[in-house]
Design a protein around this ligand. Structure first.
Ligand SMILES: Cc1cc2nc3c(=O)[nH]c(=O)nc-3n(C[C@H](O)[C@H](O)[C@H](O)COP(=O)(O)O)c2cc1C
Length: 147
């Protein structure tokens, strides 16, 4: 089983969350590659059994511009069999909290085997560690069910 985390982050919150989730996947003996969005290529989607997306939200809960390529790759490639999850950080000060997570969730639900989503307020806190663990467990359970 191979997993990847494709993520973007400007001020570090989402990359911290990606690191935590990557470490937890490794603790479950799942080899997990962390792929910053600027190193992403659509063909990589075929190299993994599990792909998770990490994104912040922008403007009115929008996708960051650099994630649009990733979003479109899922729509265009044949990834129906890939088990996916999406996590993100946002700021509930904004009217559409973590809107980019919702956009990915809706698309991944249609095009992949979506297992789980996770939203974290700004920088992950101690109480989020348990939620990250649950995120990984849910991903792995779903992968086992379909394989
Ligand atoms: C101009 C601007 C617009 C933002 N818009 C939203 C938004 O619509 N919804 C939301 O949940 N967070 C919004 N945020 C908050 C960021 O998503 C949040 O700070 C996030 O943790 C940044 O992630 P990063 O540290 O990985 O770059 C906005 C932040 C800025 C600076």
């Amino acid at each position: 089983m191979k997993a990847a985390i494709i993520y973007t982050s400007v001020t570090g919150n989402t990359s911290t969350l990606a690191d935590i989730i990557g470490e937890k996947m490794n603790q479950h003996q799942v080899e997990t590659d962390l792929i910053p969005v600027d190193e992403f290529q659509a063909s990589q989607l075929h190299d993994y059994d599990i792909v998770t997306i990490g994104t912040y939200s922008w403007d009115n809960g929008d996708l960051p511009m650099e994630m649009e390529e990733v979003f479109e790759a899922f729509e265009e490639e044949d990834v129906k069999h890939v088990t996916t999850g999406v996590f993100g950080t946002g700021d509930s000060f904004y009217p559409y909290y973590c809107g980019a997570v919702d956009s990915f969730r809706d698309m991944l639900y249609v095009h992949t085997n979506l297992a789980v989503t996770l939203k974290v307020e700004l920088t992950p806190q101690d109480e989020d560690l348990h939620r990250c663990e649950k995120f990984c467990e849910r991903l792995l359970q779903e992968f086992v069910v379909v394989s």
